[in-house]
Design a protein around this ligand. Structure first.
Ligand code: 4AD
Length: 606
């Protein structure tokens, strides 16, 4: 036996054996009985069936094994002794029922029999493992030889980008289904790779679509083919064919490739793309790898619908003659209170990242009429909820010469028309169907629920405040309660007429109840608030009183106040959180999935 652990175990055992004569009598308290004697010269190993351990024991009296088999194995015995293990070791065993009496006794005849059986089984298992190991090593070696040979052969296989096969039209993947029967030239990323003996199936991705490509013959015998990995970029030429009856592929077509090459080989082995993001990858690692996650089908789909959504809103605004403007992000005034402002140093002065472009939109009304913007807003939210971001895309509109009812009708109309447009678009509707199969387009008119009736609803339905108490008029309806109510009602709700004290300085009071406002939140199932809007104070004195009530210094707002000085009008507007709207439409658990690179408390990378 060449195992380096053997001498130390044996040494210990022999050491123990030599001490045994002296200690056995004392320890076992059988002095003078003469019926237990360590056999001269044999190592002694201790086994305590209750307190010993086969994994950490050494066989010394203070560190016994749990079984005789482990004790025997520990001396790395030669097979000759298997039939008579007590010929090479003296096994001293303490039974569970003798712990109290601290008695070690020599292995009994029946236990020895059992041990011999155990040794037999162990040897068989060892032999099988050895055989298996040899087989695996042999197979590995054969595979390596085959690979080396294939590599050698592959060096001689050169594909020719041959124009004599006909012109290969360079095209993006989205138009491939319209080119059946033509030869095309494509570039993209290897989204999926299924190498088989005679074919490689590749799903190619270029950001516009996916296309299945089939490589055969010399195309799978090149060095590039041997090395190809998922997420590599490749270029290829080939014929566009319809897939055979009964088979499916994106767009119903596949490319029969006649030439291809790797453009950028993606990392393989331990660093391979597939290994970096798995279903069970920790969320914080997922967030670190957002740049890779964006290549996945779900993230791509969400981003695609996001783009379609913004396009649809722009289209509907254009149809209503609402003009797009781009207000500044760096500001020196707050819109929604100081607690969520991100402050920064602006050439020695205090400035903030904008919370809302509303005030600037209001100032554009006299020149452009109705206006909107799609702009990033920033909120230093201290909460890590699934619907709060620190930076989000804020779609805001401001409409002039309107009444509160017009504002509600406008918001409702925009939402319904945009949803209709997305459902009419084949790409978006397919994604909505896949990600949110239960989606039901909202029915007009939306339910309009007065804040005071909502408080009554919460109490009637036993939806309490966080502290378990009932809601009273004047309470802010917390996120959890709001969501419970919306999920129960299970359709979009326009929650209107919030108390003045809960809302911002600029909101117009209700004529009939001056403590309440002409304000609206649109709530949708699964998410809660997606839109917040209101009519604005048009009267100069009332606005000045609003600043005062909220403790806001009026000087920095001079440009906003001036709107009431130079031709005031009734007007109102709203802000829609694009990520929240998407989370509702696509049934995403959190708004974080709906932003390209989401920012939330503690996260501003990548
Ligand atoms: O209700 P909010 O705070 O309203 C305003 O900012 C108004 N000045 C808008 C206006 O009238 N022009 O925000 C409007 C919407 C919310 O309904 C919500 O959808 C979204 O913006 N929102 C957020 N989305 C993600 N993360 C956050 N931290 C958000 N805060 C608000």
């Amino acid at each position: 036996m060449s195992d380096s652990t053997q001498p130390s175990v044996l040494d210990k055992a022999q050491d123990a054996a030599s001490k045994l004569a002296a200690t056995v009598a004392d320890k076992l308290n059988i002095s003078g009985s003469g019926d237990v004697q360590a056999k001269e010269g044999l190592p002694v190993l201790y086994i305590d069936e209750k307190a010993g351990s086969d994994s950490t024991g050494t066989g010394a009296e203070l560190s016994p094994f749990a079984t005789p088999l482990a004790a025997y194995q520990s001396i790395h015995p030669s097979p000759e002794s298997d039939a008579n293990p007590t010929g090479v070791v003296t096994f001293m065993v303490r039974k569970p029922d003798s712990v109290e009496r601290n008695e070690y006794v020599e292995l009994t005849a029946s236990a020895k029999k059992k041990l011999v059986k155990g040794i037999e089984l162990w040897r068989k298992k060892e032999a099988k493992l050895a055989q298996e190991g040899e087989r695996l090593a042999r197979e590995k070696k054969e595979q390596e030889e085959r690979d080396a040979k294939r590599r050698e052969e592959a060096k001689g296989v050169v594909l020719v980008d041959d124009s004599s096969k006909g012109e290969a039209k360079r095209t993006k993947l989205f138009s491939v289904p319209e080119l059946v029967g033509s030869r095309v030239r494509l570039q993209g990323w290897v989204h999926r790779l299924r190498p088989q003996k005679t074919n490689y199936f590749i799903v190619l991705r270029d950001g516009t679509a996916f296309v299945q490509c089939i490589l055969t013959g010399d195309c799978i015998r090149t060095i590039d083919a041997l090395d190809l990995t998922v997420e590599s970029t490749i270029e290829l030429t080939g014929m566009v064919n319809k897939v055979k009856e009964g088979q499916t592929a994106p767009g119903g077509v596949e490319i029969t490739v006649d030439w291809w090459k790797t453009v950028g080989l993606a990392a393989g082995g331990e660093d391979a793309f597939e290994g970096r993001l798995r279903a069970d990858t920790d969320p914080s690692i997922r967030a670190d790898l957002r740049h890779l996650e964006l290549r996945g089908e779900t993230a791509t789909s969400v981003m695609r619908v996001r783009a379609a959504l913004l396009r649809a809103f722009r289209e509907r605004f254009h149809a209503r003659r609402v003009t797009e403007v781009t207000p500044p992000c760096m500001v020196q005034t707050s819109v929604e209170g100081g607690s969520t402002l991100f402050e920064f140093d602006y050439y020695g002065a205090k400035a903030y990242l904008t919370q809302s472009s509303q005030l600037y939109l209001e100032t554009a009304l006299p020149s452009l009429g109705d206006v909107y913007c799609i702009q990033e807003s920033f909120r230093a939210e201290k909460s890590l909820t699934r619907r709060h971001l620190s930076e989000y895309t804020h779609l805001e509109a401001e409409l002039v010469f309107i009444e509160f009812k017009d504002l509600l009708d406008h918001i409702e109309g925009m939402i319904c028309e945009v949803v209709d447009m997305l459902l009419a678009d084949p790409v978006s509707s397919e994604i909505i169907k896949t990600l949110n199969p239960d989606f039901v387009p909202p029915q007009r008119p939306f339910m309009r629920l007065d804040y005071r009736d909502a408080i009554a609803y919460l109490n009637e339905h036993n939806i309490t405040k966080e502290d378990g108490s009932q809601h009273v008029i004047g309470d802010d309806i917390a996120e959890a309660a709001e969501r419970k109510m919306t999920d129960q009602i299970n359709r979009p709700i326009m929650l209107i007429h919030f108390p003045k004290l809960l809302k911002s300085f600029y909101m117009k009071a209700l004529d009939s109840a001056p403590d309440f406002t002409e304000s609206v939140d649109v709530l949708v199932p699964g998410v809660g608030e997606v839109v917040g809007g209101s009519m604005r104070i048009s009267d100069l004195q009332e606005l000045l009183a609003g600043y005062k009530r909220e403790g806001i210094p009026m000087e920095p707002y001079y440009w906003f106040t001036d709107q009431r000085k130079y031709g005031t009008t009734e007007h109102g507007g709203y802000g829609l959180g694009v990520e929240r709207f998407l989370a509702w439409l696509l049934a995403r658990y959190t708004v974080r999935e709906c932003s390209l690179y989401p920012r939330w408390m503690g996260r501003a990378t990548p």
